[in-house]
Design a protein around this ligand. Sequence first.
Ligand SMILES: [Fe+2]
Ligand SMILES: [Fe+2]
Length: 246
Amino acid sequence: METETLNNATVAELVANDYRTAEIFKKHGIDFCCGGKKSIAKVCIEKNLNAEILENEILALQNQPKDATHNFNDWSLVFLADYILNVHHSYVNNNLSLITEFAEKVARVHGNHSPETKDIAKLWKEVVEELTIHMKKEELVLFPYIKNMERYSIAELKKFHSSHFGTVKNPIRMMEQEHDSAGSLMKSIQALSNNFTPPDYACNTYRVLYAKLKEFQNDLFQHIHLENNILFPKAILLEESLKPVT
Ligand SMILES: [Fe+2]
Ligand SMILES: [Fe+2]
């Protein structure tokens, strides 16, 4: 990719084309999931970063051979949606109650000495409540609709779905707002926990809690990236292509 093209590309586009660039953006504290629709030039100004250094890092990485097994951008929407469900929704479901148990225990034991642990437990409870409802909407309504758009003709699609939401853009807009909300809650937890760094006196539960929260945030950002930057834009394009010619 030419330097000028790179400068104008959005963070989301670059990560969608090559997930390895996510590591570079993470390192520089650049949001590639919820706030990914900004150009490299813009984020460099906002973050006071040297665009040339960042671009050289990206170009160097793009010249290295890619792992051919996780080209999310090349996958069918059915396969990508199933991957998100089997990998990321399962991860969330398998970890919510364990992290809740640890967050409540740490807040109870250390809350007086470290009041931020009480705030973290409260914010985490909101993450759990929001994500539980959010994922149900995707699992029961949006993802089946997206998968069926790829499988069936517009006439057949109407038999399966009443499409009460009108265009697919409506539930997608709602899901993106909910991603912003969950993403901000996790960023607040990250700030309160000093970037998931336990204090020296932290017990094992405290340490495991911070390690799990960090792991959860990484998984959530990848999950949101796959939806916001790959699955949803492609679903909108697919819907456009299905519209009967008038
Ligand atoms: Fe999801
Ligand atoms: Fe989502």
